[in-house]
Unconditional design. Structure first.
Length: 470
C-alpha cells in the first residue's frame, strides 16, 4: 500500500473515540444547554429517592401517564409508584408485550448519611444527630461541608410528614466538624486513610443554644426537641419511625469558564434517571413497549422491597399484561421478560487526569466522549458481573451507530484495582438481554460529582434511540 492507501485503510479500520463537542451542530449546542438547565433543576428537586419519585410522578402525569392502579386505560401510558421509593413508567407498543419490551433501568438512591433511629444527643454543650452512612462514601468528604436534612417521619397517630431543612437560602445548614490540622497528626494524618476517619464520628452538628438555665439536664438536646415539637409537633420517639437523610446542601452548578460541565450531588445515578425519564416522556406509540424503572437501594446492594432484587419488575409487567388485555399467565409474563432488551442505566468512573494509574487508559471511559457501554462490571475477575454477550453488544452498537450516537466503551478501573456492580445482573435473571450504558463521571460518589453537558445530551439521545428501536 502507498502512503495514501495506508491513510485510507487506517480511516476505515482503526476506531477512534469521538468527542461529543466535535460532532454537535449549532442547533444541538443550544439543546445541550436547555437540557443541562432542566437537569440541574431536576437534581435540586430530587436529592433523595422519595423526592425523585415525586418529581418523576409529576412529570409523568403532566405527560399523560396514568397510575396503573386507576381504572380506565385510554392513554396507553402507565406508571406505578411503589412504597414511595421506586417508580416505573410504561408506554404501550404496537407489538404485544409478550414480544418483549425495551427497558431502561436506573437507580435514584445516592450515597449519603442516614440518621440513626435514636439520633439525638448532646456532648460538651453541643447538640448532634448520630448517623450511619449509606452506600460507598469517602468519609472525609462529608466533613466541614454544609449539609441539609431531608426527612420522612411517621407520627404516633400514624400520620406522615416530610420536611426539608437546609436547601432554602434562608434555612440554616448542618455540618460534621473536622479536626484542626494542628492536632490531627496522631488521630488522623499518620493513620491509613481507611482508618483515619471513623463512621461513628460522622455526627451532625445541629445546635448549641440551650433550653433553660444550668440546672436543666440535657438542655441542649431539649432545645432541639423544642424546635421539632413547636415546628412539626414531633417528639423524640418519632425519630424511631423515620428516614432522615443528610445530603450536601449545595445546588447543582455549572463547572468551568465555558460552563461545559455540571457539578452536583447525586449524579450517580440521577443523570441516568433524568435521561431515561426524558427519553420515555418523549416516546409515542413505539413499535415495542417502552419501560423505564427507577430503583431504590442500588448503593447498598439492591436488597429490600424497593431495590432491583425485589419482584417489582414482574409485578408491574404482570399487571400491565392484565391491564391491556394480554394473556397474564405466569408463562406469558416470563415470555415478556425473556424477550425484552434492557439498558442498565448507570454511570461509569471517568479517566481521572490526576490518578490515571488506577485506570487502564485504552479501556477507561472519558468525560465528553459520549454514552459509555460497559460490557461488564464486578471485581476480581469480573466476579459478580452479568457480563453482556457479544450478540447484544452488536445490537446496541447498531442502534447507536444508526442513530449517530457518540459512544465509547469503559470498564471501572484496571484489572484487580477495585470495581463495582450495577443492577444489570438483577434484571439479567429473567433472561433478557442487558448491558450497562450511561455517562462517565469524575469525582463519582463524592458530594460534588462532575458530568459533561455533552455527555448528558448524548445519553438522552441514546436512550431515546433505544426506545425507538423495534
Ligand atoms: Mn450507580
Ligand atoms: Mn454508585
Amino acid at each position: 500500500m502507498n502512503k495514501k492507501q495506508i491513510e485510507d485503510f487506517k480511516k476505515r479500520t482503526v476506531r477512534k473515540p469521538k468527542l461529543v463537542w466535535d460532532v454537535l451542530t449549532n442547533k444541538e449546542n443550544i439543546q445541550v444547554d436547555q437540557l443541562a438547565d432542566d437537569y440541574k433543576f431536576y437534581l435540586d428537586q430530587a436529592k433523595t429517592e422519595r423526592e425523585a419519585v415525586a418529581v418523576t410522578t409529576k412529570k409523568a402525569e403532566a405527560s399523560g401517564f396514568e397510575n396503573i392502579e386507576d381504572s380506565g386505560n385510554s392513554s396507553g401510558k402507565y406508571y406505578r409508584v411503589f412504597r414511595n421509593k421506586c417508580i416505573a413508567l410504561a408506554v404501550v407498543g404496537k407489538n404485544p408485550l409478550s414480544a418483549g419490551a425495551r427497558i431502561i433501568a436506573a437507580h435514584i438512591d445516592s450515597p449519603r448519611l442516614d440518621l440513626k433511629q435514636n439520633p439525638l444527643y448532646q456532648e460538651v454543650d453541643l447538640a448532634f444527630f448520630k448517623t450511619h452512612y449509606y452506600g460507598g462514601i469517602r468519609k472525609y468528604q462529608w466533613m466541614a461541608t454544609p449539609l441539609a436534612l431531608h426527612g420522612k417521619i411517621i407520627k404516633a397517630d400514624g400520620s406522615s410528614m416530610d420536611f426539608v431543612i437546609g436547601e432554602d437560602e434562608t434555612d440554616p445548614v448542618f455540618t460534621v466538624s473536622d479536626l484542626l490540622p494542628h492536632l490531627a497528626a496522631k488521630v488522623q494524618s499518620e493513620k491509613k486513610l481507611s482508618e483515619a476517619f471513623e463512621g461513628e464520628k460522622l455526627n451532625v452538628l445541629i445546635g448549641s443554644h440551650p433550653l433553660g438555665g444550668e440546672e436543666v439536664e440535657d438542655r441542649f438536646k431539649l432545645s432541639v426537641l423544642q424546635f421539632f415539637y413547636e415546628k412539626y409537633g414531633l417528639v423524640e420517639e418519632d425519630f424511631t419511625c423515620a428516614e432522615i437523610e443528610v445530603v450536601p446542601a449545595a445546588k447543582a452548578r455549572d463547572i468551568g469558564l465555558d460552563r461545559s460541565m455540571i457539578g452536583a450531588y447525586g449524579q450517580d445515578d440521577r443523570i441516568c434517571a433524568f435521561s431515561a425519564l426524558h427519553a420515555i416522556l418523549g416516546i409515542d406509540k413505539p413499535e415495542s413497549w417502552a419501560m423505564a424503572f427507577f430503583f431504590d437501594k442500588e448503593e447498598i446492594g439492591s436488597d429490600g422491597n424497593t431495590g432491583a432484587k425485589s419482584h417489582f419488575v414482574e409485578n408491574f409487567v404482570s399487571d400491565l399484561l392484565a391491564k391491556t388485555g394480554e394473556d397474564d399467565t405466569d408463562r406469558n409474563l416470563r415470555r415478556a421478560l425473556l424477550n425484552s432488551m434492557a439498558i442498565s442505566a448507570d454511570v461509569n468512573g471517568a479517566l481521572d487526569p490526576d490518578y490515571q494509574e488506577v485506570h487502564e487508559k485504552r479501556n477507561a471511559a472519558r468525560l465528553g466522549y459520549g454514552v459509555c457501554i460497559t460490557k461488564f462490571s464486578g471485581s476480581g475477575g469480573k466476579y459478580g458481573s452479568s457480563d453482556a454477550g457479544a450478540e447484544y453488544l452488536g445490537t446496541i452498537r447498531k442502534i447507536f451507530n444508526d442513530n449517530h450516537i457518540v459512544w465509547q466503551t469503559g470498564e471501572l478501573g484496571k484489572v484487580d484495582e477495585g470495581g463495582g456492580g450495577t443492577i444489570a445482573k438483577f434484571l439479567a435473571v429473567y433472561g433478557m438481554e442487558i448491558v450497562d450504558c450511561g455517562p462517565a463521571l469524575l469525582s463519582m460518589h463524592s458530594p460534588f460529582e462532575i458530568s459533561s453537558k455533552a455527555d448528558l445530551f448524548m445519553v438522552c439521545k441514546a436512550y431515546r434511540a433505544f426506545f425507538s428501536t423495534e
